[in-house]
Write a protein that binds this ligand. Structure first.
Ligand code: AMP
Ligand code: MN
Ligand code: MN
Ligand code: MN
Length: 280
Protein backbone atom coordinates (compact mmCIF):
# COMPACT_ATOMS: atom_id res chain seq x y z
CA UNK A 1 0.00 0.00 0.00
CA UNK A 2 1.28 3.45 -0.88
CA UNK A 3 0.00 6.90 0.11
CA UNK A 4 1.65 9.93 -1.45
CA UNK A 5 -0.52 12.73 -0.06
CA UNK A 6 -1.37 13.59 3.54
CA UNK A 7 -1.16 16.41 6.06
CA UNK A 8 0.33 16.73 9.54
CA UNK A 9 -0.36 19.38 12.16
CA UNK A 10 2.48 21.41 10.66
CA UNK A 11 -0.22 22.47 8.17
CA UNK A 12 -3.96 21.69 8.41
CA UNK A 13 -3.84 18.05 9.51
CA UNK A 14 -4.63 17.14 13.09
CA UNK A 15 -1.98 14.46 13.76
CA UNK A 16 1.66 15.15 14.51
CA UNK A 17 4.13 13.73 11.96
CA UNK A 18 4.98 10.91 14.38
CA UNK A 19 1.29 10.09 14.93
CA UNK A 20 0.77 10.13 11.17
CA UNK A 21 3.66 7.70 10.72
CA UNK A 22 2.28 5.39 13.43
CA UNK A 23 -1.17 5.46 11.88
CA UNK A 24 0.25 4.69 8.44
CA UNK A 25 2.13 1.69 9.83
CA UNK A 26 -1.01 0.49 11.63
CA UNK A 27 -2.96 0.82 8.35
CA UNK A 28 -0.39 -1.30 6.50
CA UNK A 29 1.07 1.55 4.43
CA UNK A 30 4.55 0.66 3.14
CA UNK A 31 5.43 3.97 1.46
CA UNK A 32 4.17 7.28 2.85
CA UNK A 33 4.72 10.83 1.61
CA UNK A 34 3.87 13.66 4.02
CA UNK A 35 2.87 16.65 1.90
CA UNK A 36 2.02 19.64 4.07
CA UNK A 37 0.82 22.87 2.47
CA UNK A 38 3.87 24.97 1.57
CA UNK A 39 5.96 23.43 4.34
CA UNK A 40 8.49 20.63 4.82
CA UNK A 41 8.91 21.13 8.58
CA UNK A 42 6.64 18.20 9.49
CA UNK A 43 8.31 15.64 7.29
CA UNK A 44 11.85 16.77 8.14
CA UNK A 45 11.06 16.50 11.87
CA UNK A 46 10.86 12.72 11.30
CA UNK A 47 14.14 12.20 9.48
CA UNK A 48 16.23 11.36 12.55
CA UNK A 49 15.96 7.62 13.12
CA UNK A 50 13.55 7.01 10.22
CA UNK A 51 15.73 4.11 8.98
CA UNK A 52 14.62 2.02 11.98
CA UNK A 53 11.05 1.88 10.67
CA UNK A 54 9.76 -0.67 8.19
CA UNK A 55 7.86 2.08 6.35
CA UNK A 56 9.54 4.18 3.65
CA UNK A 57 9.04 7.89 4.19
CA UNK A 58 8.96 10.08 1.08
CA UNK A 59 9.72 13.75 1.60
CA UNK A 60 6.98 15.81 0.06
CA UNK A 61 5.18 19.14 -0.08
CA UNK A 62 1.91 20.47 -1.51
CA UNK A 63 2.62 23.84 -3.10
CA UNK A 64 -0.23 26.33 -3.53
CA UNK A 65 -0.10 27.97 -6.94
CA UNK A 66 -2.17 30.44 -8.88
CA UNK A 67 -3.47 29.69 -12.36
CA UNK A 68 -6.06 31.98 -13.97
CA UNK A 69 -7.62 33.01 -10.62
CA UNK A 70 -7.76 29.40 -9.41
CA UNK A 71 -5.79 27.97 -6.48
CA UNK A 72 -4.09 24.92 -7.98
CA UNK A 73 -2.09 22.51 -5.83
CA UNK A 74 1.16 20.99 -7.00
CA UNK A 75 2.69 18.08 -5.10
CA UNK A 76 6.45 17.86 -4.87
CA UNK A 77 7.36 14.23 -4.24
CA UNK A 78 10.68 12.66 -3.29
CA UNK A 79 12.26 16.07 -2.90
CA UNK A 80 15.39 17.20 -1.14
CA UNK A 81 13.57 19.29 1.49
CA UNK A 82 16.66 21.42 2.13
CA UNK A 83 17.34 22.49 -1.48
CA UNK A 84 17.91 26.27 -1.51
CA UNK A 85 15.48 27.24 -4.33
CA UNK A 86 12.72 25.28 -2.62
CA UNK A 87 13.49 26.93 0.74
CA UNK A 88 13.24 30.32 -0.97
CA UNK A 89 9.88 29.44 -2.48
CA UNK A 90 8.62 28.23 0.92
CA UNK A 91 9.74 31.46 2.58
CA UNK A 92 7.89 33.52 -0.03
CA UNK A 93 4.72 31.43 0.36
CA UNK A 94 4.92 31.70 4.14
CA UNK A 95 5.06 35.50 4.01
CA UNK A 96 2.15 35.65 1.57
CA UNK A 97 0.17 33.20 3.68
CA UNK A 98 0.76 35.33 6.76
CA UNK A 99 -0.33 38.52 4.97
CA UNK A 100 -3.44 36.74 3.70
CA UNK A 101 -4.20 35.46 7.22
CA UNK A 102 -4.09 39.01 8.58
CA UNK A 103 -6.39 40.13 5.77
CA UNK A 104 -8.83 37.29 6.45
CA UNK A 105 -8.80 38.19 10.16
CA UNK A 106 -9.70 41.80 9.27
CA UNK A 107 -12.61 40.59 7.18
CA UNK A 108 -13.69 38.32 10.01
CA UNK A 109 -13.67 41.27 12.41
CA UNK A 110 -16.11 43.00 10.03
CA UNK A 111 -18.25 39.86 10.30
CA UNK A 112 -18.25 40.08 14.10
CA UNK A 113 -15.43 37.62 14.84
CA UNK A 114 -12.70 39.38 16.81
CA UNK A 115 -9.07 38.29 17.23
CA UNK A 116 -9.50 35.63 14.53
CA UNK A 117 -5.76 35.53 13.74
CA UNK A 118 -4.81 34.83 17.37
CA UNK A 119 -7.58 32.26 17.65
CA UNK A 120 -6.46 30.52 14.45
CA UNK A 121 -2.83 30.46 15.68
CA UNK A 122 -3.98 28.87 18.91
CA UNK A 123 -5.89 26.17 16.99
CA UNK A 124 -2.97 25.58 14.63
CA UNK A 125 -0.21 25.64 17.23
CA UNK A 126 1.87 27.63 14.72
CA UNK A 127 1.49 30.67 12.49
CA UNK A 128 1.42 28.94 9.09
CA UNK A 129 -2.34 29.49 9.05
CA UNK A 130 -4.58 27.76 6.51
CA UNK A 131 -8.23 28.44 5.77
CA UNK A 132 -9.38 25.31 7.67
CA UNK A 133 -8.00 26.95 10.85
CA UNK A 134 -10.19 29.99 10.19
CA UNK A 135 -13.07 27.64 9.39
CA UNK A 136 -12.60 26.15 12.86
CA UNK A 137 -12.79 29.66 14.37
CA UNK A 138 -16.13 30.20 12.59
CA UNK A 139 -17.32 26.84 13.95
CA UNK A 140 -16.14 27.63 17.50
CA UNK A 141 -17.97 30.98 17.35
CA UNK A 142 -21.17 29.20 16.34
CA UNK A 143 -21.22 30.86 12.90
CA UNK A 144 -20.84 27.64 10.87
CA UNK A 145 -21.95 24.07 11.44
CA UNK A 146 -18.87 22.40 9.91
CA UNK A 147 -15.91 22.96 7.57
CA UNK A 148 -17.81 22.70 4.27
CA UNK A 149 -20.39 25.16 5.61
CA UNK A 150 -17.68 27.62 6.73
CA UNK A 151 -16.13 27.50 3.24
CA UNK A 152 -19.45 27.78 1.49
CA UNK A 153 -20.58 30.73 3.54
CA UNK A 154 -17.37 32.62 4.40
CA UNK A 155 -14.02 31.33 3.16
CA UNK A 156 -14.57 30.07 -0.38
CA UNK A 157 -13.57 32.21 -3.37
CA UNK A 158 -15.67 35.36 -3.55
CA UNK A 159 -17.18 34.90 -0.08
CA UNK A 160 -17.02 37.62 2.61
CA UNK A 161 -13.95 36.28 4.46
CA UNK A 162 -12.04 35.30 1.31
CA UNK A 163 -8.77 37.06 0.65
CA UNK A 164 -6.70 36.75 -2.50
CA UNK A 165 -3.26 35.26 -2.07
CA UNK A 166 -0.48 35.86 -4.62
CA UNK A 167 0.74 32.26 -4.66
CA UNK A 168 3.63 31.33 -6.96
CA UNK A 169 2.88 30.26 -10.54
CA UNK A 170 2.69 26.61 -11.58
CA UNK A 171 5.97 27.10 -13.44
CA UNK A 172 7.73 28.45 -10.32
CA UNK A 173 6.46 25.52 -8.23
CA UNK A 174 7.55 22.92 -10.79
CA UNK A 175 10.97 24.54 -11.20
CA UNK A 176 11.60 24.60 -7.43
CA UNK A 177 10.51 20.96 -7.13
CA UNK A 178 12.82 19.94 -9.96
CA UNK A 179 15.68 21.90 -8.44
CA UNK A 180 15.03 19.83 -5.31
CA UNK A 181 15.32 16.65 -7.45
CA UNK A 182 11.64 15.81 -6.98
CA UNK A 183 8.69 14.99 -9.19
CA UNK A 184 5.93 17.57 -9.68
CA UNK A 185 2.41 16.16 -9.63
CA UNK A 186 -0.84 18.02 -10.29
CA UNK A 187 -2.89 17.31 -7.15
CA UNK A 188 -6.56 16.21 -7.14
CA UNK A 189 -7.49 17.44 -10.68
CA UNK A 190 -11.21 17.10 -10.02
CA UNK A 191 -11.23 19.26 -6.88
CA UNK A 192 -10.98 22.62 -8.63
CA UNK A 193 -14.51 22.78 -9.96
CA UNK A 194 -13.21 23.33 -13.51
CA UNK A 195 -15.13 22.50 -16.65
CA UNK A 196 -13.57 19.67 -18.66
CA UNK A 197 -12.33 22.18 -21.24
CA UNK A 198 -10.58 24.21 -18.52
CA UNK A 199 -9.24 21.08 -16.83
CA UNK A 200 -7.67 19.86 -20.07
CA UNK A 201 -6.18 23.32 -20.54
CA UNK A 202 -4.75 23.17 -17.01
CA UNK A 203 -3.18 19.76 -17.64
CA UNK A 204 -1.75 20.96 -20.96
CA UNK A 205 -0.24 24.02 -19.23
CA UNK A 206 1.07 21.81 -16.44
CA UNK A 207 2.74 19.56 -18.96
CA UNK A 208 4.14 22.50 -20.89
CA UNK A 209 5.75 23.67 -17.64
CA UNK A 210 7.37 20.19 -17.48
CA UNK A 211 5.18 18.80 -14.72
CA UNK A 212 5.73 15.08 -14.28
CA UNK A 213 2.48 13.57 -13.14
CA UNK A 214 -1.20 13.62 -12.35
CA UNK A 215 -2.79 12.53 -9.10
CA UNK A 216 -5.04 9.93 -10.67
CA UNK A 217 -6.35 8.65 -7.34
CA UNK A 218 -7.03 11.21 -4.61
CA UNK A 219 -9.09 10.62 -1.48
CA UNK A 220 -12.65 9.66 -2.10
CA UNK A 221 -13.25 9.19 -5.84
CA UNK A 222 -15.68 7.22 -7.96
CA UNK A 223 -14.20 4.43 -10.04
CA UNK A 224 -15.44 6.20 -13.18
CA UNK A 225 -13.60 9.37 -12.13
CA UNK A 226 -10.40 7.40 -11.56
CA UNK A 227 -10.71 5.85 -14.99
CA UNK A 228 -11.22 9.27 -16.54
CA UNK A 229 -8.09 10.62 -14.78
CA UNK A 230 -6.10 7.55 -15.83
CA UNK A 231 -7.20 8.23 -19.42
CA UNK A 232 -6.03 11.85 -19.21
CA UNK A 233 -2.79 10.73 -17.63
CA UNK A 234 -2.05 8.44 -20.56
CA UNK A 235 -3.24 10.93 -23.15
CA UNK A 236 -0.83 13.54 -21.79
CA UNK A 237 1.86 10.89 -21.20
CA UNK A 238 2.30 11.70 -17.56
CA UNK A 239 3.16 9.62 -14.53
CA UNK A 240 0.37 8.67 -12.15
CA UNK A 241 0.20 9.30 -8.41
CA UNK A 242 -2.08 8.10 -5.65
CA UNK A 243 -2.86 9.51 -2.21
CA UNK A 244 -5.56 9.79 0.43
CA UNK A 245 -5.15 13.57 1.10
CA UNK A 246 -5.78 12.55 4.71
CA UNK A 247 -6.19 15.46 7.18
CA UNK A 248 -7.94 13.89 10.21
CA UNK A 249 -10.47 11.18 11.04
CA UNK A 250 -13.15 13.85 11.48
CA UNK A 251 -12.63 15.60 8.14
CA UNK A 252 -11.33 12.94 5.79
CA UNK A 253 -13.62 10.31 4.34
CA UNK A 254 -10.66 8.16 3.36
CA UNK A 255 -8.12 7.08 5.97
CA UNK A 256 -4.36 6.93 5.42
CA UNK A 257 -3.52 4.52 2.60
CA UNK A 258 -7.16 3.60 2.09
CA UNK A 259 -7.72 5.31 -1.27
CA UNK A 260 -8.62 3.12 -4.25
CA UNK A 261 -5.99 1.33 -6.35
CA UNK A 262 -4.20 2.99 -9.24
CA UNK A 263 -5.39 1.49 -12.56
CA UNK A 264 -2.84 -0.95 -13.96
CA UNK A 265 -2.49 0.87 -17.28
CA UNK A 266 -0.89 3.89 -15.56
CA UNK A 267 2.84 4.35 -15.06
CA UNK A 268 3.33 5.06 -11.33
CA UNK A 269 5.33 8.13 -10.33
CA UNK A 270 7.29 5.90 -7.93
CA UNK A 271 8.51 3.53 -10.65
CA UNK A 272 12.04 4.95 -10.61
CA UNK A 273 12.25 5.37 -6.85
CA UNK A 274 14.33 3.03 -4.85
CA UNK A 275 11.51 0.84 -3.53
CA UNK A 276 12.34 -2.81 -2.94
CA UNK A 277 10.49 -5.24 -5.17
CA UNK A 278 7.51 -6.77 -3.46
CA UNK A 279 7.17 -3.95 -0.88
CA UNK A 280 3.88 -2.66 -2.24
P1 AMP B 1 -5.44 27.29 2.10
O1 AMP B 1 -4.21 26.64 1.54
O2 AMP B 1 -5.15 27.98 3.39
O3 AMP B 1 -6.13 28.18 1.11
O4 AMP B 1 -6.46 26.13 2.48
C1 AMP B 1 -6.78 25.14 1.56
C2 AMP B 1 -7.29 23.92 2.30
O5 AMP B 1 -8.62 24.18 2.72
C3 AMP B 1 -7.41 22.69 1.43
O6 AMP B 1 -6.20 22.00 1.41
C4 AMP B 1 -8.46 21.89 2.14
O7 AMP B 1 -7.88 21.18 3.21
C5 AMP B 1 -9.37 22.96 2.71
N1 AMP B 1 -10.58 23.23 1.89
C6 AMP B 1 -10.65 23.88 0.72
N2 AMP B 1 -11.92 23.98 0.28
C7 AMP B 1 -12.69 23.36 1.21
C8 AMP B 1 -14.08 23.12 1.34
N3 AMP B 1 -14.95 23.56 0.43
N4 AMP B 1 -14.51 22.46 2.43
C9 AMP B 1 -13.63 22.04 3.36
N5 AMP B 1 -12.31 22.24 3.30
C10 AMP B 1 -11.83 22.89 2.24
MN1 MN C 1 -5.61 20.93 3.31
MN1 MN D 1 -4.91 20.23 -2.03
MN1 MN E 1 -3.74 18.06 0.40
Amino acid sequence: MIDLHCHSNYSDGSLSPQELLNKAIANGVKVLAITDHDSVDGVTSLLDGIDHYSIKLIKGIEVSTRWKKHDIHVLGLNIDPFAAPLSELIEKQKNNRLQRALEIAEKMADLGVNHAFEKACKIAGHDNITRPHFAQVFIDEGKARDMPAAFKRFLGRGKPAYAFCPWVSIQEAIDAIHQAQGQAVLAHPLKYGLTRTKLHQLIADFQLAEGDGLEVVSGDMLTTEIQEMAGLCMRFQMLASSGSDYHSDGISRVSLGRQKQLPLNCTPVWQKWNIEQGTL
